[in-house]
Design a protein around this ligand. Structure first.
Ligand code: ADP
Length: 519
């Protein structure tokens, strides 16, 4: 069972499939090359035999063979002229006479002028006689063919009873007086050629499996090498858990696709690590934030239970406890809203409205608070500023910014709200002449529960939850806007929101479940 599963895993693996396709490809190429090679060898060997036959034919026609009317025989007869003492001439003529046939224009084999024997070799005879009408037809075709054209010769391949192949070259020869055409066929065995081709084929058939096995083995090793980093990625991925998200896969510095994969994977873990860290930090912050009012409530209740004597003391302890309960429920409500917003459950309800009116109303509401704090609150608004926004969220955003500005500006300071409609965007500016934010804290002010250290003693209802700017960040992101903070400690702070004019597409919009980040 285990073996079967293991085998299936191997055969489904990328390494196996790469090797298998490589082996298949290699085999097809090898067979193709062998076929091409064999064809080219065959045509070379054939051409050599044709060349030899052409040479023999030229020698016979050029002088060794003469055909003439023989009064003795009573018809056309052949004579062979050569010096029997000359080994070269003898060899050539004997070579020609190995496979040959001479017939008249009607297809009848003619005799030798001297011996009277038929001019056909036994080897040619073994191939089976050509029927005279067939020969006669060929003669007519060759006589009528234009000079120096392939039609002047007739090529064929014949096999004897044993299956031995012969290449036959036939042509026309005229008698001495050019009276009648004669059919002269000479041939050569192709047995050697076939033997060479057969040996070639068998050698190749023997070599191909070995080459394929060797090629596949090399392919297997190469595929294994190429895939090692992939395995490393998989193994590292398996070792990664919440507690060791700091693991990274080392790149091979090869600059190839696998390095790109490793890099992408490492970046993904980096992002995971960051959001995991954020989650951890968030739950630590939440429990810390909740613990503070709970401890305070407990303290107040203990006071009421053990030390309070008078009704006023009871009332005071209860009042304090109630205040802490308020703060507790405020935190819980804010957290719930924020998590709803960030998980996409809070959907924007956009409508086209005049931002000037919205800002004007809010400034009016904050005038009392500003007066109490001794801060001058002014608004710098154009007559009209239409935008496609979610009224509730935009009000929440400006409220948060305004209350912070007033809260962190000392008596005698100024807070200004401005709206600047530009061609491509609307800028909402909330600036103050307050205490400002030091550069090192700027990147964190939008984090949940982040309060600039030293901004107050223990948390109190006035001090805020450190959640206001997190909301602002989410609202900005949900409106596809951008926020910029410009702050000089001791001089003041300016928040600029750049809202794309005309709003963003649809009436409702889902927000991805991820912490709003600043841009
Ligand atoms: P909180 O509810 O405590 O105001 P926020 O998220 O709104 O929390 O702000 C985070 C922190 O950023 C504040 O605690 C404060 O230290 C700083 N901050 C925000 N706005 C201003 C401002 N206008 N001037 C100075 N500091 C500010």
């Amino acid at each position: 069972m285990y073996r079967r599963i293991h085998l299936r895993r191997v055969t489904r693996g990328l390494r196996f499939r790469l090797t298998a396709s490589y082996a298949l490809f290699f085999t097809v190429i090898l067979i193709g090359v062998a076929g091409l090679f064999r064809e080219s060898l065959k045509s070379k060997l054939d051409a050599r035999v044709e060349e030899e036959l052409n040479g023999d034919w030229a020698a016979a026609k050029g002088g060794y063979l003469r055909i003439d009317w023989s009064a003795e025989v009573g018809k056309g007869a052949a004579s062979w002229y050569y010096d029997a003492e000359d080994p070269d001439e003898t060899t050539i003529v004997l070579e020609i006479k190995k496979v040959y046939l001479i017939a008249d224009q009607f297809g009848n084999v003619i005799p030798n002028a001297k011996t009277k024997e038929n001019e056909v070799s036994t080897t040619y005879d073994d191939l089976g006689a050509d029927p005279p009408p067939e020969i006669a037809k060929r003669v007519i075709a060759m006589v009528n063919a234009r000079p120096n054209t392939p039609g002047k010769t007739f090529w064929t391949i014949r096999r004897n009873a044993q299956g031995e192949p012969f290449k036959i070259r036939a042509g026309i020869a005229y008698d001495e007086h050019h009276v009648a055409p004669y059919y002269v066929a000479i041939g050569a065995s192709l047995a050697d050629n076939e033997k060479i081709l057969r040996r070639f084929t068998w050698t190749y058939i023997g070599v191909i499996p070995g080459a394929v096995i060797l090629g596949s083995f090399l392919g297997w090793i190469m595929a294994g090498r190429a895939l090692t980093p992939v395995l490393a990625v998989a193994q590292t991925a398996q070792r990664i858990s919440g507690s060791n998200l700091s693991l990274r896969i080392p790149t091979r510095q090869a600059g190839d696709e696998l390095d790109y994969l490793v890099l992408t994977f490492n970046r993904m873990i980096e992002r995971l690590e960051a959001s995991f860290q954020q989650m951890k930090q968030f739950s630590a912050d939440v429990s810390h934030e909740l613990r503070t009012p709970i401890t305070a409530i407990r303290g107040q209740l203990e006071v009421a239970l053990f030390t309070a004597k008078t009704t006023d003391q009871y009332r005071e302890a209860m009042f304090n406890a109630l205040q802490d309960v308020d703060r507790l429920s405020q935190i819980v409500r804010a957290l719930l809203l924020l998590s709803q917003a960030e998980s996409g459950q809070l959907v924007l309800q956009k409508s086209r409205l005049n931002l000037c009116e919205v800002v004007e109303d809010l400034v009016e509401q904050f005038q009392i608070l500003a007066e109490e704090a001794g801060v001058t609150l002014t608004a710098d608004l154009p007559p009209e500023c239409a935008a496609e926004v979610d009224r509730v969220q935009i009000e929440r955003m400006i409220t948060n910014l305004l209350s912070n500005a007033i809260k962190f500006t000392a008596k005698g300071g100024e807070v200004r709200v401005a709206l600047n409609p530009l061609p491509d965007r609307i800028e909402i500016v909330v600036e103050d002449t307050g205490r400002g934010i030091a550069t090192e804290h700027l990147p964190h002010i939008f984090d949940r529960f982040y309060r600039v250290p030293g901004s107050g003693a223990a948390p109190s209802p006035e001090q805020g939850l450190g959640l206001g700017l997190s909301f602002v960040a989410w609202i900005v992101k949900a409106h596809d806007a951008k926020i910029e903070v410009d702050s000089t400690p001791g001089k003041g702070t300016r928040f600029t929101i750049k809202l794309p004019s005309g709003g963003v597409g649809s009436d409702t919009m889902e927000i991805a479940a991820q912490p709003a980040t600043l841009v």
